[in-house]
Design a protein around this ligand. Sequence first.
Ligand code: FES
Length: 131
Amino acid sequence: MEIFSQSRRTFITTLTLLLASGGLLVRYLTPRSNVRRRVLASAALADVPANGALVFRNERVAILKDDSGYYALSLICTHLGCTVTVTPEMLSCPCHGSRFDRQGRVLTGPAERALERMDVELRGQEVVVLG
Ligand code: FES
């Protein structure tokens, strides 16, 4: 009887551990489609200058517009994290001189990676940058 009781206890413990780890595994592997993304910045479409940029310094993001539409770039330099400055022709980093084109691609280093392109949504007459 003692052997039966111990094997039942082992079985229940094993089953509990399997169910718990299986639940964690499913949660880990399931995409987070229902997670609401944070709004980093938003602006009226009319406020974004054509071939210009609307800069949100505190959020370190810029909304830009070109012939293909609206897009947003992170202003965090991919070299060491300084805040990039937007000029009419390019984006430049004041810390070590990296330059990026208006699409965020590296023109001159030391940065080696492009600026992060942020997701944007058009909501009515507003453009929203999501983080
Ligand atoms: S932090 Fe921008 S170039 Fe170094």
